[in-house]
Ligand binder design. Structure first.
Ligand SMILES: NC(=O)c1ccc[n+]([C@@H]2O[C@H](COP(=O)([O-])OP(=O)(O)OC[C@H]3O[C@@H](n4cnc5c(N)ncnc54)[C@H](O)[C@@H]3O)[C@@H](O)[C@H]2O)c1
Length: 346
């Protein structure tokens, strides 16, 4: 990146982030693979996210939360930044506001000047499902044709895009939500976009036995997937807090996580609970970096079940945000703001 002492910051609102290509799922999938490859090669500094649950004392029963997700990406990128991520249960009941709202800041690692602030909400939705797509690409059975996506909110929508782009052999998607009208809406929106049949349902469990991969992106506060869902060769990918119970995760033949060092810090994740109970160690899991770097060769037996789980990586938001910043600059879009005309003290 070009270093400068110019304190100008390009501000990109959601509409401009879209113009710069935020809804391009192919680009997002490539960026996810590249980020996990760099992570696995030691080219990324990405400490576990800092989590603030509100109101005070609510812990795992939070009503809303803020996450701070700083990172530095080395290699040819040499860019730093942070995502300020937030979710609110209340938002799920208020029309006109997303459940999750995020903002991303990109900074020059040498002068440490911020040079871009952009809406990170869509990037989050796209990259979250792209992670599920990459997990699916590396873990679904070779002859997989059918998927079940549980949760038809914002991330459920992008999950349809991710599965269709990352695993095009999937020709039938069951899309489940407690509110089936949400699944129906997404099914109608994507009816003629991909070569796939999307079947809305309110009853995920009733179709689970038919599918090769289950991907969950719900706001459920307690697990709803139990051992009875585990059939030979099934892949389950959990993007929410804890949708599969501890026994289900424990009894999977293979446990995969996006990033071990971070996921064990987040108590609501099954991997963290198993680790803290002394029942899971790093050398027993497969990390997403291992998959994208070709260090893991897949199931050794077609009947093995795989449980994958993700907590999300700030580096993904910075990587994609940086690509969108470069594109926006090229397109001449966004609004320039300044930290100062001349710094008062230096
Ligand atoms: N792993 C990551 O990187 C990452 C990043 C962002 C969001 N997320 C998680 O993804 C999840 C979804 O986020 P969103 O923005 O799409 O929320 P959203 O509110 O837009 O959608 C959530 C949907 O889940 C449905 N739901 C809740 N419980 C359910 C159940 N038991 N069965 C079926 N459907 C159920 C709701 O009806 C709703 O439609 C959240 O848990 C969020 O924390 C994960």
């Amino acid at each position: 990146m070009i270093h400068s002492i110019d304190p100008s910051i390009l501000f990109l609102q959601e509409e401009e982030v879209i113009k710069a290509g935020a809804l391009d799922m192919k680009m997002t999938l490539d960026a996810v693979e590249e980020t996990y490859a760099l992570l696995g090669q030691g080219q990324i500094i990405n400490p576990p996210k800092t989590h603030i649950a509100m109101p005070i004392g609510s812990g795992a029963n939070w009503g809303s939360f803020f996450n701070s997700m700083p990172c530095y990406i080395g290699g040819d990128y040499n860019v730093g930044g942070t995502k300020w991520a937030a979710e609110s249960k209340k938002n799920a009941t208020i029309p006109g506001i997303p459940y999750g709202i995020d903002i991303t800041v990109l900074s020059d690692p040498e002068t440490v000047l911020p040079f871009c602030i952009l809406d990170g909400t869509l990037i989050t939705a796209m990259r979250t499902s792209a992670v599920a797509g990459v997990f699916a690409k590396h873990t679904v059975p070779k002859d997989a044709t059918t998927a079940l996506l549980v949760g038809a909110g914002v991330v459920g929508r992008t999950a349809v895009m991710a599965v269709c782009e990352a695993v095009p052999q999937i020709k039938k998607i069951y899309l489940a939500d407690l509110d089936v009208t949400k699944a129906e809406g997404i099914a109608a929106d994507y009816k003629n976009v991909y070569d796939v049949e999307i079947i809305p349902t309110a009853d995920a469990k009733s179709v689970a036995g038919e599918v090769d991969v289950v991907i969950t992106q719900t706001t459920a506060r307690s697990p709803f997937i139990d051992k009875s869902w585990l059939k030979p060769g099934l892949t389950i990918i959990n993007m929410g807090s804890m949708e599969a119970d501890l026994e289900t995760v424990k009894e999977s033949d293979i446990i995969a996580v996006d990033y071990w060092d971070q996921i064990i810090t987040y108590d609501s994740k099954a991997a963290a609970q198993l680790y803290k109970a002394g029942e899971l160690t790093k050398d027993q899991v497969v990390e997403l970096s291992d998959m994208v770097l070709g260090k893991w060769n897949g199931r050794t037996d077609a009947a093995q079940t795989i449980n994958c789980s993700s907590l999300g990586l700030g580096a993904l938001d910075i990587m994609i945000g940086y690509k969108l910043f470069l594109k926006a600059q090229e397109m001449g879009i966004g609004t320039m703001v300044k930290l100062w005309d001349k710094p008062l003290w230096e």
